[in-house]
Ligand binder design. Structure first.
Ligand code: PLP
Length: 458
């Protein structure tokens, strides 16, 4: 393995970065005095930065993307071969890797039959919103145009997808937003909104209440994450999903599940919704589709939806949309090889086994550290919510969360935290290691968290 070059070799790069690059999601001031982090190389779960430091990455590339791990030469080789043959053609024409990948993907998604290629999760979600608006206009007499979304969920960075996102930290100050995006309550039982036994059903009933308030004939879509990821690792309680499906059918509302994080194995099934026996009308996916080896996202839907855009007599009937780089062949080529790796290496099973180990380790940490109020997650997306007091559930402050992350980093492990979806509530540590993670690596991750919690909270 190549070890990252000595820091001095990269000093000009670091200075160029400091002067010219606008980093995502970071405050600017600290970068005036500290070196920016530059990641140089990766292999498996390990990455090396420009200072030559080695980290175990428990976040799959910072934002839960590199599902099959770093350094996959078979993906690089497949992409190289395809690029030499044909790098691009607009998606009004098909491509060999696009057709093969669509077919293989849909084998894992019974009931769904059409794939629309884009580049990012945001774009994949925007396409659903546009499809729903066009269906409303052409088939529902202008009705059923509103889109229901949930508090604490995130759907993307564009104005439309931010309107659909229930996360203050992402959405504040970028409005005004387009009309017709309506929030339903989140379903996190740890922070109860209803004092009932069957919490899952009750939380789903809250969606029905919003539908009745808005008028069922105004609502065309319900858009939900299968497990809320950055909004605090929220696994809907038992009873939630079946009731959601029932409500959608009752009011003729299309169900869109945003699998941008959970898609391609993150929760131990190909897709997060497959844990819950629910049947969506739209599924969007991005991050793990090609594990970050190429930019690709997909908007997947049913034949019934596809049929609504068919009318040769009307030149406005088809979906009048294009994504230029949806025609890059690197995406589906990398995605096809990514799926082969997940299958051939049994990564769904590894995800379940290692997810269970991670969860057990976190629960053991909860016994030791009073600051852990709740441990929750599915497969290899796990979270630990930090509170000042277990009885009141008052969240720890943001600075303490940042210190825990820094202390874990000082111990060679990269971990992250939830977004500030509700003021004060960015207090959940998030862990999403690659699906290739080993038992020893899981134990190293939780040992670093143990040390970090002791260093910060005693
Ligand atoms: N949907 C979910 C659930 C996400 O977590 C994200 C990004 O984190 C997105 C959509 C947006 O994806 P992208 O950043 O590729 O546009």
């Amino acid at each position: 393995m190549n070890i990252a070059p000595h820091p001095n070799d990269l000093r000009p790069i670091i200075e160029a970065d400091r002067r010219h690059v606008w980093h995502h999601m970071l405050q600017h001031k600290p970068l005036e005095t500290n070196d920016p982090r530059i990641i140089v190389e990766g292999k498996g779960l390990k990455v090396w930065d420009a200072a030559g430091r080695e980290y175990l990455d428990a976040l799959s590339g910072g934002v839960w993307t590199v599902n099959v791990g770093y350094g996959r030469t078979s993906i690089a080789d497949a992409v190289r071969d395809q690029l030499v043959k044909l790098n691009y053609f607009a998606q009004s024409a098909g491509s060999i890797p696009g057709s093969l990948f669509a077919q293989k993907l849909l084998e894992k998604m019974p009931g769904l039959s059409r794939v629309y290629f884009n580049n990012s999760g945001s774009e994949a979600n925007e396409k659903v919103f546009k499809m729903v608006r066009q269906i409303a206009e052409r088939h529902n007499g202008g009705k059923k145009w509103k889109i229901l979304c949930r508090e604490r969920d995130y759907h993307g960075t564009t104005i439309g997808t931010l309107a659909a996102s229930g996360q203050l930290q992402r959405a504040a100050m970028y409005g005004p937003y387009p009309d017709g995006f309506v929030m339903v309550p989140h379903c996190l039982e740890y922070r109860k909104q209803w004092d009932v036994e069957n919490y899952g059903e009750r939380a789903a009933d809250a969606i029905e209440e919003v539908i009745l308030r808005e008028g069922p004939d105004t609502i065309g879509l319900l858009c939900l994450e299968p497990v809320t990821a950055g909004g605090g690792v929220i696994v809907p309680p038992e009873g939630y999903w079946p009731r959601v499906q029932e409500i959608c059918r009752k009011y003729d509302i299309l169900l869109h599940i945003d699998e941008v994080v959970c898609g391609l194995g993150r929760t131990g099934t190909w897709f997060g919704y497959q844990n819950f026996g629910v049947q969506p009308d739209f599924v969007t996916m991005a991050k793990g589709v090609a594990s970050g080896y190429a930019a690709i996202s997909c908007t997947v839907t049913t034949e019934a939806v596809f049929e609504k855009f068919k009318d040769d007599a009307d030149p406005m009937a088809h979906f009048r949309d294009i994504s230029t780089f949806g025609g890059c062949t690197a995406g589906p080529t990398a995605a096809l090889e990514n799926m082969r790796i997940i299958e051939d290496e049994g990564l769904l099973d590894n995800c379940l086994a290692m997810g269970a180990r991670l969860r057990a380790n976190l629960l053991a940490l909860k016994d030791k550290h009073a600051v852990i109020g709740d441990v929750r997650g599915l497969g290899l997306f796990q979270g630990a919510e930090l509170v000042k007091d277990r009885a009141t559930k008052e969240p720890v402050d943001e600075k303490s969360v940042a210190r825990v992350i820094a202390e874990a980093g000082a111990r060679g492990v990269m971990i992250g935290a939830s977004n500030r979806s509700i003021p004060g509530l960015n207090n959940t540590l998030c862990l999403a290691p690659a699906l290739v993670v080993s038992a020893a690596e899981i134990d190293a991750i939780t040992a670093a968290i143990d040390g970090a919690l002791t260093a910060v909270f005693g």
